[in-house]
Ligand binder design. Structure first.
Ligand code: IFM
Length: 517
């Protein structure tokens, strides 16, 4: 067995032992402790046993419209940029499409029943813009509103909080044809769309996040060309990111104007960054990574200004920044939501800028080849470390990362209310002959991360919610169906759902508010 496989299976062993009843696990505990002690970055089982969460802590789970809904052209829905991309041969692994991924459009009642069975109190889903406004502006498609209305009613009936992400990457193709996010006009189109949602659903939804992982879709879409519309131009990325910051500000106001009980937060992708060496240059490069990848959309909201992400001056002209934009961007977020998956190691770039070349598929993979810079202006070199065990998507498991990230954001933004909007891992476990999905590695993963989250809470971070990614196996963007993140297994041929062992464990955690269940 190679080292990587050994570590991965050790973690699984640890997870399965912890799943067993305490009496039954007494015999294996010594072995489990020994196994974990050998895993770089692993949390001691005693910390899992003693982890506690505040009363009322919100246990939730997340999905995204394009990854689960299907019904891509039903009931008046318009084409999105991801429909166009997935329908283009060669873009998605296995020529897969999301025309019918988990068909949640028709199976939403079944999915809400799973949420209820797992004692979950928050469902983070996203709305498809092109279902609400087929071409991104103008006329509202009532059938689209009706679908989300049915979903929200079913959630409320099951006593589950609807948490709506307004945009999780699927842009109406008609707006991509008008230049996409680098076109500043999209800020006000987007604010109209957000206002429509708040007008029709804001009587029942009070938790809104404007954008999922804004750095990822702007950089991958316009900076390195991995996501639609496949442009690789750093200046286009800068413009797209600025439009999104304006859109976030304008949408905040249109949501609040339409719904007095709305609270608006975020669903940013973040990764704690560690300098490769103690050198001043690497420490400064790590700060630039943090500013660009973690704070580029949070700081404009909280303070009305861009964080210091560039080696030189902030390139306002290239961004299309106009006087007064700082006021549009500045919005007092009611809470701060972000995801944690894995960490990064950062150094000062030694080689020339890659200017956005190089394709890195997957939403959490951005390591660079050699020592060249990821882009011409931040001049950073980013590595995906492999010291800890890797998931089957190749991401390092580093539980301490969530502690470091949460406490850093807490310190830097004066202890805001925090929601973990996503965390999850890819493993391909499938039903066994008895129809169970024994995915101990996923259970161990969440258990470890959650123990570190509990430690951050004990140390003062005001974290009120955790959302596992994801309710169901689904369409993993450019990776198609080659990666499974669900706590529920989906047979994509029949749409049969099977709650995995990790899902059953998570349901017990949600009921007991502790991890050793
Ligand atoms: O599936 C994605 C999701 O859409 C955004 N965050 C990361 C997940 C796993 O890669």
């Amino acid at each position: 067995m190679n080292r990587r496989k050994f570590l991965s299976s050790s973690l699984a062993t640890a997870g399965s032992a912890l799943l067993a009843s305490r009496a039954a696990s007494a015999r294996t505990a010594a072995g489990t402790y020994a196994a974990q002690a050998q895993i770089p970055g692993a949390v001691a089982p005693a910390a899992i046993d003693s982890a506690r969460f505040p009363d009322g802590f919100i246990w939730g789970i997340a999905t995204a419209a394009y990854q689960v809904e299907g019904a891509w052209n039903l009931d008046g829905k318009g084409e999105s940029n991801w429909d166009r991309f997935a329908h283009t041969i060669g873009k998605v692994k296995g020529a897969a499409t999301a025309d019918v991924p988990c068909d949640q459009y028709h199976h939403y009642k079944e999915d809400v029943a799973i949420l209820k069975r797992l004692n979950l109190k928050s469902y983070r889903f996203s709305t498809a813009w092109s279902r609400i406004q087929p071409t991104g502006t103008g006329q509202v498609n009532q059938k689209g509103i009706d679908y989300y209305s049915r979903l929200v009613d079913a959630l409320l009936e099951a006593n589950i909080r609807p948490f709506c992400t307004i945009y999780h990457w699927d842009l109406p193709q008609a707006l991509e044809d008008r230049g996409g996010w680098p076109n500043r006009d999209l800020a006000s189109y987007y604010a109209d769309y957000a206002g429509i949602l708040a007008k029709h659903l804001g009587d029942r939804i009070n938790t809104w996040a404007p954008f999922n992982m804004p750095w990822t879709f702007t950089y991958y879409g316009y900076g390195n060309g991995v996501f639609p519309p496949c442009k690789s131009d750093f200046n286009q990325f800068l413009k797209a990111a600025h439009t999104v910051n304006l859109a976030q500000g304008e949408a905040f106001r249109s949501i609040k104007a339409a719904s007095s009980k709305a609270t608006v937060g975020s669903a940013y992708g973040m990764a704690p960054a560690y300098p490769k060496t103690d050198s001043e240059a690497d420490v400064a490069a790590t700060a630039r990574y943090h500013a660009m990848n973690n704070l580029y959309f949070l700081n404009p909201a909280m303070h009305g200004e861009y964080p210091k992400a560039f080696l030189g001056a902030t390139p306002y002209e290239a961004m299309g920044f106009r006087p007064g934009d700082e006021k549009i961007m500045k919005i007092p977020l009611d809470w701060v939501g972000f995801h944690y998956y894995t960490r990064r190691v950062v150094s000062n770039a030694a080689g020339p800028s890659s200017s956005g070349t190089g394709g890195h598929f997957g939403t959490e993979v951005e390591g660079e080849q050699g020592t060249s810079a990821r882009d011409p202006l931040t001049q950073i070199h980013v590595e995906m470390p492999t010291e800890g065990p890797l998931t089957e998507a190749g991401l390092e498991i580093w539980p301490r990362g969530i502690y470091d990230l949460v406490t850093q954001i807490s310190r830097e933004y004066n202890h805001p209310i925090i929601e973990i909007s996503e965390n999850g891992c890819c493993y391909l476990d499938a039903p066994d002959q008895a129809g169970h999905v024994p995915d101990q590695r996923r259970t161990a993963f969440h258990q470890q991360i959650l123990a570190e989250l509990a430690r951050a809470i004990t140390d003062g971070a005001k974290v009120r919610a955790y959302h596992a990614w994801s309710l169901v196996d689904n369409f993993e963007w450019s990776e198609g169906y080659t990666q499974r993140y669900g706590l529920t297994y989906v047979d994509f041929r029949t749409q049969k759902r099977t709650i995995k062992d990790s899902g059953l464990w998570y349901g017990r955690v949600a009921a007991a508010n502790r991890l050793n269940v």
